[in-house]
Design a protein around this ligand. Structure first.
Ligand SMILES: *Cc1c(COP(=O)(O)O)cnc(C)c1O
Ligand code: SF4
Length: 422
C-alpha cells in the first residue's frame, strides 16, 4: 500500500538544527508555536503587502501555527490548501452581513459555564479554550485564542455536577479548544470523573491534534484513555494533503488503543470544495482507520465568510460519493443551524414520487426503480419490554417524532398571533 509522506522539517532554515527528540516532543511543539510575523518570515517568503495585511489581521485575530503544521504548509503558494487554514489573510477583516459572534448559540444554551446542553441525551463540555493551532476557519474563534485558558477545576466540577444531576445524559462530548492540549493528568481528571457517573454510557473527544500536532498522541496518552472505554475520538482533517506519515501514526496509535476514530470535515472554499478532493479525503481517511462522520457547512462566525460555499456544493459532494464508493466513505453533510437548532442533514433527493402502494426512487446511476409497500403496512410493534417499560425510556420532547407517534397533533410557534385573537 502507498506510503504517506514524511515532511523533512530540516528543510526549513528555522528548524534545521532542532534535534529530532525536541521536534517529536509535543511540549517543544507547543512552546514553539508560531505567533508573530517575524518568526513566520523565517518559514516562508512574505512580501511587503502581505506583511501589511498580516499586521492588520493580527490586531484583530491571533495567529498560532505549530511547527509541525508549518512544516507541511505550502511555503511559496499563497493559495495552498494547508497554508490557507493556518496563515491569516486580509479576508478575515471583512464582516459579512450575516456574521455572528456565537452563531450556534453555544453560550445561550449553556446551563453552566463550559457546558452546552442542546440535545436531550448528550452534552458538549468545553474543557479548554486553548488549541495548539488557531485554524483560520474556526467556528469558536470568539473563544479560541481570545483568552487562552483551560477551564478551572472549579468550573469543571460544576459541569460534572450538572451531568451527574441529569440522568438523561448518556453521551459526554469533550471539546474546546482542543482537549489534547491538556496534560494527561488534567485530562484524566475530567474523563475519570465523567466515567464515574453511572448513566454516562459513552465519552467522545473532539480534537484536531492528530492533524496539527500528531506528536501529542503519545503511548502514555493512549494508555490513559483506554482505561475509560468506550471512548470515541473525532478528529478534523479537511484535505488529503494533511494526511502525512506522522498524522497517520497518531491516528493509528489511538485506533490501536481500541478507540473508534471519526472525522469531521468543514466544507471550505478553495480548500476542499470539490467532489474529487472530498472523495480522495474520505478514501484516505478510511486507509488510516478513521471513519468519515460529518461534513459541515461552514457556519456564520465572524471573519470566515471567504471560506463559505453554497449549500448546494455539499449536496453535489454527497451525490458524488453515495453509491459511487463504499458507504463507509460517505459522511453526513450537515448545516449547523444558526440560533442553536443543531445539525440538520441535507442531501440529494433520492425519492422521486409516491402513491399509496409504490415509491419511485432513483439510484446514483440515474436508474429509476420502484418499491412496492406491503398491503398490510401497520406495524405491530409496541409489544416488547422496551416499549412496555417506556416510562423509563427517553421520550421525544416537542419534536416531529412526537407528531408521528400521535402524542401531539400539531406544533406551533409560542407566540402565534392567531391564538391571541379574541
Ligand atoms: C455537535 C454537537 C453535539 C453532538 O452531536 P452528534 O450529532 O451527536 O455528534 C452535541 N452538542 C452540541 C451542542 C453540538 O454542537
Ligand atoms: S482545532 Fe478546532 S477549535 Fe481549535 S482553532 Fe482549530 S477549528 Fe478551532
Amino acid at each position: 500500500m502507498k506510503e504517506y509522506k514524511r515532511h523533512d522539517y530540516r528543510e526549513i532554515e528555522l528548524y534545521k538544527d532542532v534535534p529530532e527528540e525536541d521536534w517529536n516532543n509535543w511540549k517543544w511543539q507547543l512552546r514553539n508555536v508560531v505567533k508573530d510575523i517575524d518568526t513566520l518570515k523565517k518559514i516562508m517568503p512574505i512580501d511587503e503587502s502581505m506583511e501589511q495585511d498580516l499586521e492588520k489581521c493580527l490586531e484583530k485575530f491571533t495567529m498560532a501555527i505549530t511547527p509541525y503544521y508549518a512544516s507541511i504548509m505550502e511555503k511559496d503558494y499563497p493559495r495552498g490548501v494547508v497554508r490557507l487554514q493556518a496563515v491569516p489573510t486580509i479576508n478575515e477583516l471583512h464582516v459579512a452581513a450575516d456574521d455572528q459572534d456565537d452563531p450556534l448559540h453555544e453560550d445561550v444554551d449553556s446551563p453552566v459555564p463550559g457546558l452546552t446542553h442542546r440535545y436531550p441525551d448528550r452534552v458538549l463540555l468545553l474543557v479548554t479554550h486553548i488549541c495548539s493551532m488557531n485554524c483560520r476557519h474556526c467556528t469558536r474563534r470568539r473563544m479560541v485564542g481570545d483568552h487562552d485558558t483551560h477551564l478551572t477545576r472549579e468550573s469543571i466540577d460544576k459541569c460534572i455536577d450538572y451531568i451527574r444531576e441529569h440522568k438523561e445524559i448518556r453521551d459526554v462530548l469533550l471539546s474546546g479548544g482542543d482537549p489534547f492540549t491538556l496534560t494527561d493528568d488534567a485530562l484524566e481528571y475530567v474523563i475519570s470523573k465523567v466515567r464515574e457517573i453511572d448513566h454516562v454510557e459513552i465519552i467522545r473527544i473532539g480534537s484536531r491534534t492528530p492533524v496539527v500536532m500528531p506528536q501529542r498522541i503519545t503511548d502514555d496518552l493512549c494508555n490513559m484513555l483506554k482505561k475509560y472505554h468506550p471512548i470515541y475520538v473525532n478528529t478534523h482533517f479537511n484535505h488529503p494533503d494533511e494526511i502525512t506519515a506522522d498524522s497517520k501514526e497518531a491516528c493509528e496509535r489511538l485506533a490501536n488503543a481500541g478507540i473508534q476514530m471519526g472525522n469531521q470535515t468543514v466544507l471550505l472554499r478553495d480548500v476542499n470544495d470539490c467532489p474529487n478532493i472530498m472523495k480522495k479525503l474520505m478514501h484516505e481517511l478510511l486507509r488510516i482507520r478513521v471513519k468519515p462522520y460529518y461534513i459541515y457547512q461552514c457556519d456564520l462566525s465572524v471573519g470566515i465568510s471567504h471560506f463559505r460555499t453554497s449549500i448546494t456544493k455539499g449536496m453535489e459532494i454527497i451525490e458524488n460519493l453515495r453509491g459511487h464508493t463504499t458507504g463507509m466513505a460517505v459522511p453526513t453533510f450537515v448545516v449547523d443551524a444558526p440560533g442553536g437548532g443543531g445539525k440538520i442533514p441535507v442531501m440529494p433527493n433520492y425519492l422521486l414520487s409516491q402513491s399509496d402502494r409504490r415509491f419511485a426512487l432513483r439510484n446514483y446511476e440515474g436508474v429509476i426503480t420502484t418499491y412496492t409497500q406491503p398491503e398490510e403496512v401497520f406495524s405491530n410493534c409496541g409489544r416488547c419490554n422496551i416499549c412496555k417499560e417506556s416510562d423509563k425510556q427517553y421520550k421525544p420532547l416537542d419534536g416531529v417524532a412526537k407528531l408521528l407517534s400521535g402524542e401531539k397533533l400539531y406544533l406551533e410557534p409560542a407566540n402565534l398571533k392567531r391564538r391571541k385573537r379574541d
